[in-house]
Design a protein around this ligand. Sequence first.
Ligand code: GUN
Length: 288
Amino acid sequence: MKLLDGKKCAEYLVADIAQQVKRYIDAGHRKPHMTIILVGEHAPSESYVKSKVTSCALSGFESNLIRLPASISEKELLALIEEINLDRSTDGLIVQLPLPKHINPQLVINAIDPEKDIDGFHPTNFGRMALGQKAFRPATAYGICKLLQYYQVQVAGRHCVVIGRSNIVGKPISIMLSNDFDIGNATVTLTHIETPRELLLDETRRADIVIVAVGIPGFVTPDMVKDGVTLIDVGINRLESGKLVGDVEFDAVAPKCEWITPVPGGVGRMTVAALMINTLHAYQNNFN
Ligand code: GUN
């Protein structure tokens, strides 16, 4: 069993970005700039946003965090996004999800300028990504690709099973790994909550690579996978004890794996690194 160490890979990528940024600064350019909007109070969001701000500093980026009360109206939020869209000093804009119930997240995502949409959630970027065109790719899915690439895990020609069909992870990673990308050319099966249990097991038991993003601690058990599987655990679940765990019963499943991601220190770290890559590209697009 070998660990796909997201912390190590993310540090490598961020150090590389910081070097590139230094060259731009030395040449007299301004720093790349990320703006993050956080609406209301949500403990996991606080921790994700904190790691984004820290990673910006390590990458040599400027960042500003705009905190808004949960009572803000949808209209006010959309007006603020419009203002930031027009602000030439912001390269990338993130609206942290989830949003309060009275705000429609799809309307908010659609309001972000696709050229600043470093999350890759806007339909324009999702469409470009799906068509294999240049796009900001959804950061978690892109981070998984970068991790597989860093450890030279064979993807092309292999059978990959994705569990979970969310717009931010399951759908994009299943498209990206089946596309003719740098990391791709896999044969992908996308399973989800409505997949009958027997069918799910048929698929996962013959998979070379399993990617799980369901948000249920211990969802993947040893009987679900074959020996030598590569397991990518996207889950970040806080147990009542305070312990952070993924969607995989790690101790029991790890001995069967060729490669496995830990939680924490796996995919979560890669999501943030991929966001930094997208932000650097947004910045470069602004003066190229
Ligand atoms: N909430 C959980 N993951 C994400 C993410 O990747 N981007 C945003 N904006 N919100 C999230």
